[in-house]
Design a protein around this ligand. Structure first.
Ligand code: LMR
Length: 400
């Protein structure tokens, strides 16, 4: 009865890893998926995560009971504080509802379904380009997805005018997906002044912000600096949604730990919204897993562990920034045609190189360098050892 099922395509991002794993070349480099690697090219488990896990293992009072539908209460509270700020008005006034979800993706999906059920305007505007999964997540959640202009290939920067025009003509009340920091895939963020203009425009047109915060601390190395966009909206008294992921900033990729917070006008509304989020979650996966959230809560609530985390996080962010400089210097030294300054201007895990799909395919075939076909490279997958190889490959691709 399933003979008619056709082979589905690989995921545009995770499929790159599948292809990489099949490659036998000793020179292969995976710059596809946004996953941090050390200078030695190895995945990294943070020391602070190991310590937290040790604490959890040693605590014999811990059991493996089901969590509540909304997840670990302590984790939820600490997550809202981390992104919104402990002194932010919604936190102080108890008008945020937070639910633990399956990392950033799960948080976006639960938020999307909640909006599809309870919000009057079912259209969500997402930037062009954006993370490849956004369209699928929101479409399957029951929202209608439209785009707003974001990136300008000519300047390799923000198309701010286009963004303002598109959001200015979006129907009142529409939802707008915003990358909190380190826009994926472009690495191009609005300045704080531009965020302020975006906020004013959105609030004046009653557009509802839905932030995707996958890189808090990863862009600049500072948890507070990378939350400024969200906190501005949180401070103005209006509603917002924010999806948080701990995949990158705590290196908890496979633990699938994240949170959805919804900032509301009153604590009464927050309680009712939480009751509806439970009705979204229960038939989907019943309740979330306990381990990753326990690690996060252990770190966030302990001052020493928290400080240790910020140091390790900054070290990861700094290594990525140093990779940007090394690649830029290397291309310049080689005399590779083109202005590569965007490599050091863009921020976060990714560089949007401007290489086209043919050039990417050439680099994969001839140099065993794996990256997404849109020309995005994960700087976190690069090391001093692999910079020369990547430089050779880019040089060959642009001078063919
Ligand atoms: C990425 O964009 O590479 C990451 O967010 C990982 C993913 O799930 O796509």
């Amino acid at each position: 009865v399933f003979a008619h099922v056709v082979q589905g395509p690989e995921d545009p991002i995770l499929g790159v890893t599948v292809a990489y794993n099949k490659d036998q070349s000793p020179n292969k480099v995976n710059l596809g998926v946004g996953a941090y690697r050390t200078e030695e090219g190895k995945p990294l488990v943070l020391n602070v995560v190991r310590k937290a896990e040790q604490k959890l293992v040693n605590d014999m009072s811990r059991v493996k009971e089901y969590l509540p539908i909304v997840g670990l209460a302590e984790f939820n509270k600490l997550s809202a504080r981390l992104i919104l700020g402990a002194d932010s008005p919604p936190v102080q006034e108890n008008r945020v509802t937070t639910v633990q979800c399956l990392s950033g993706t799960g948080s976006l999906r639960v938020g999307g379904e909640f909006l599809a059920r309870h919000y009057q305007e079912r259209t969500i505007y997402i930037p062009t380009p954006t993370w490849g999964n956004h369209t699928k997540v929101f479409t399957l959640a029951g929202l209608s997805v439209k785009n707003y202009r974001y990136y300008d290939p000519a300047t390799r920067g923000l198309n701010f005018q286009g963004l303002l025009e598109d959001l200015g003509s979006a129907p009142a009340g529409a939802v707008v997906l915003l990358h909190a920091c380190a826009h994926n895939p472009t690495g191009v963020d609005p300045t704080l002044e531009q965020w302020e203009q975006i906020r004013q425009l959105m609030r004046s047109r009653a557009l509802l912000p839905f932030f995707d915060s996958a890189y808090q601390g990863f862009a600049s190395g500072s948890l507070d600096a990378d939350a400024q966009s969200v906190r501005r909206f949180a401070a103005d008294g209006g509603e917002l949604l924010v999806a948080q992921s701990y995949a990158k900033n705590m290196g908890l990729y496979g633990e699938r730990v994240g949170a959805l917070s919804i900032v509301l006008k009153t604590s009464e509304v927050a309680t009712k919204v939480e009751s509806q989020l439970k009705l979204v979650i229960r038939p989907m996966y019943s309740n979330p897993p306990i381990h990753g959230a326990s690690i996060v809560a252990t770190i966030l609530k302990d001052r020493d562990l928290f400080n240790e985390w910020t140091i390790e996080l900054k070290a990861m962010a700094d290594r990525i920034i140093s990779m940007r400089h090394q690649l830029f210097d290397s291309l310049r030294a080689k005399g590779t045609p083109g202005d590569w300054s965007h490599i050091i201007k863009q921020i976060g895990m990714f560089t949007f190189t401007g290489l086209n799909p043919e050039q990417v395919a050439f680099m994969t075939k001839e140099y065993h360098i794996y990256m997404t076909s849109d020309g995005r490279i994960s700087m976190a997958g690069l090391s001093s050892r692999t910079v020369p190889h990547l430089t050779e490959a880019i040089h060959a691709a642009v001078t063919r």
